[in-house]
Design a protein around this ligand. Structure first.
Ligand SMILES: Nc1ncnc2c1ncn2[C@@H]1O[C@H](COP(=O)(O)OP(=O)(O)OP(=O)(O)O)[C@@H](O)[C@H]1O
Ligand SMILES: [Mg+2]
Length: 285
């Protein structure tokens, strides 16, 4: 098992009057190769949870295991940070070097990798996010578009060769082209390179399209942990905690309420179209 959390509890500023409980008895296991969507209303503990996965935050109670080893005890935080690459929200705000190359190479230099190894890794990382090495390596990160900046920030994490990529709202604030670029690369990294991905998102269509498993957080607890089909069928529970459902699911719910016999949790245009056509054929045959 790549990642395992056992009864993790976490409170910010514990033992002070400002104490704020953020995770309550969270247990979960994530295997290599999964694509997990992590959703939940604002303040539900998503960012707190992912910061536990790479040792940035330590549980107050419970434990976090990476490949069976306890963070802090059997595996060092440095190694954990390399294995579990975390891309923060608005990661472009952390770009600071004068060229794209230096920015992506930063972590590798700190670890003392030789120059030729660094160059190879930077090239590969740029290719993984679809940016041409020669076109981008000498540019200042600050002259890039928002979507390009974000891809450079993701490349900086990928250059460390992580087993798992964790992204905290990687498409928020991007236009639809920037969003599509990022999404298509995440899809490919998971499918073709077998990279484990954990994606926090407020966009239910994005999660339904990408994830093979959806974890729903609410008030620091896991509410659901299941396939997208099963999770997004829980329309009233999701609406109650302030979440949406994917647009196609919404449409299918309306058709069903209007008396058409369609399945509810389909997320791809073609599947939805075929389901509606066959329901209409059944009805009028
Ligand atoms: N640094 C902090 N100090 C004190 N409390 C915090 C801190 N960071 C988060 N919290 C609190 O912990 C709880 C969980 O916050 P967290 O940021 O994990 O939620 P989230 O699900 O990521 O929300 P969002 O969707 O808005 O990013 C919230 O009640 C929040 O106010
Ligand atoms: Mg957050």
């Amino acid at each position: 098992m790549l990642i395992k959390l056992k009864n993790v509890n976490f409170t910010y500023m514990s033992n002070t009057p400002l104490a704020q409980r953020a995770l309550e008895n969270v247990s979960l296991s994530i295997s290599a190769g999964e694509f997990v969507g992590l959703i939940g209303p604002t303040g539900s503990g998503k960012s707190t949870l992912v910061q536990h996965l790479n040792g940035l935050l330590e549980p107050l109670e419970g434990e976090v295991l990476i490949e069976g080893k306890k963070i802090g005890g059997e595996i060092s935080p440095l190694l954990v940070r390399q294995k579990i690459g975390l891309v923060f929200q608005f990661p472009e705000s952390q770009l600071f070097e004068e060229t794209v190359f230096k920015d992506i190479a930063f972590g590798l230099r700190n670890l003392g990798y030789p120059d030729d190894e660094i160059e190879g890794r930077v090239r590969k990382a740029l290719a993984m996010v679809g940016l041409d090495y020669f076109e981008f390596k000498d540019r200042s990160p600050f002259t890039l578009s928002g979507g390009e900046m974000r891809r450079v920030a993701i490349a900086g994490v990928l250059a460390m060769n992580p087993s798992c990529l964790v992204l905290d709202e990687p498409t928020s604030g991007l236009d639809s082209i920037g969003t599509r670029e990022i999404i298509s690369h995440l899809e490919r990294l998971n499918r073709e390179e077998g990279l484990t991905i954990i994606l926090i998102s407020h966009d239910m269509d994005e999660v339904a399209h990408l994830a093979s498993r959806v974890i729903v957080m609410n008030e620091g607890k896991i509410e659901f942990d299941d396939s997208p089909r099963r999770v997004f069928s829980q329309k009233s529970d999701l609406l109650k905690i302030g979440l949406d459902i994917p647009q196609f699911t919404s449409l299918l719910f309306m058709l069903k309420e209007g008396g058409l016999d369609v399945p509810l949790a389909l997320f791809e245009l073609n599947e939805v179209k075929n389901a509606i056509v066959s329901a209409l054929e059944r009805r009028f045959s």
